[in-house]
Design a protein around this ligand. Structure first.
Ligand code: DGL
Length: 272
């Protein structure tokens, strides 16, 4: 049987999901994609889980309306808040979600001390508690919500003074306690990997989950007979709930894509 490529939906609170999108483009370039960043509401990570769950349902409806048959929740916060409820509400849609990569970190650490960078909301969710419970035994996990970091990255500030100060403030105490691994539990953070590496040095491993998420997406597509084959680059449609210029300006830097970003509008709590 030859697979016939279906459109997949990818969403995040903003530009963070582009770290997953660029990996999807690397691994499965022939897959048509619709991406939406809910930049009107970014950051999600400081909001109550219930609110993020509501946004996630509406964003999912928008993606399905635009033809998405499989959805990648390219946001740890939305996965923590909404993945279970999305699977319940949309049983016909396969979802790929994200959880902080505590499992590989626990398997690979030698010092037994691991830093986890994620959002407040992700740390509060049951998903993180269950990951820690299942995989974190015998490992010391040092957690930081990196206040303000998502906002800097949304502004395209990947290596400026403020971004550096936030990261140093969080990572220096972790280094003092002996971390040899850092887990990036927020999809915005892979964009500052060069800066993180500069701060933690060559002996600390930094885990970006995007390649594993893209592999899982490809596996699921294959299973359904939906995988786009070959190196032909399919279309990506980019949407944002804020002004499109800001997203459009950063697409080349963050995703290596040049495309027109379009606007989706929240109207009376629904996305149109
Ligand atoms: N990129 C998101 C995540 O992976 C959310 C960041 C935010 O909006 O606070 O958690």
């Amino acid at each position: 049987m030859t697979d016939s490529p279906v459109k997949i939906g990818v969403f995040d609170s903003g530009l963070g999901g582009l770290s997953v999108l660029r990996e999807l483009r690397r691994q499965i370039p022939a897959q048509p994609i619709i991406y939406i960043g809910d930049q009107f509401h970014v950051p999600y990570g400081v909001r109550p889980l219930e609110e993020v769950r509501r946004f996630s349902t509406d964003v999912t409806n928008f993606l399905i309306l635009h033809g998405a048959k499989l959805i990648v929740v390219a946001c740890n916060t939305a996965s923590a808040a909404a993945l279970h409820s999305l699977r319940r509400q949309f049983p016909e849609i396969p979802f790929v979600g994200m959880e902080p990569a505590v499992k590989p970190a626990a398997e690979q650490t030698h010092s037994g001390v691991v830093g986890v960078l994620a959002t407040y909301a992700t740390f509060q969710g049951e998903l993180y508690a269950s990951v820690v419970e299942r995989f974190g035994k015998g490992v010391t996990l040092l957690q930081s919500p990196c206040p303000g970091l998502v906002t800097e990255i949304e502004a395209g500030n990947l290596d400026g003074e403020k971004t550096r100060a936030i990261l140093k403030h969080e990572l220096d105490p972790m280094l003092a306690q002996g971390i040899d691994t850092v887990v990036l539990g927020c999809t915005h953070y892979p964009f500052v990997i060069p800066l993180i590496k500069e701060i933690v040095g060559p002996d600390v491993r930094v885990i970006d989950p995007a390649p594993a998420v893209a592999r899982q997406t490809a596996r699921l597509l294959k299973e359904h007979g939906w995988l786009g084959q070959g190196s032909f680059r399919a279309e990506v449609d980019f949407f944002t709930t804020a002004e499109p210029q800001a997203m459009q300006r950063l697409l080349p830097l963050l995703a290596g894509e040049t495309a027109q970003a379009k606007k989706a509008i929240w109207m009376e709590g629904k996305l149109v």
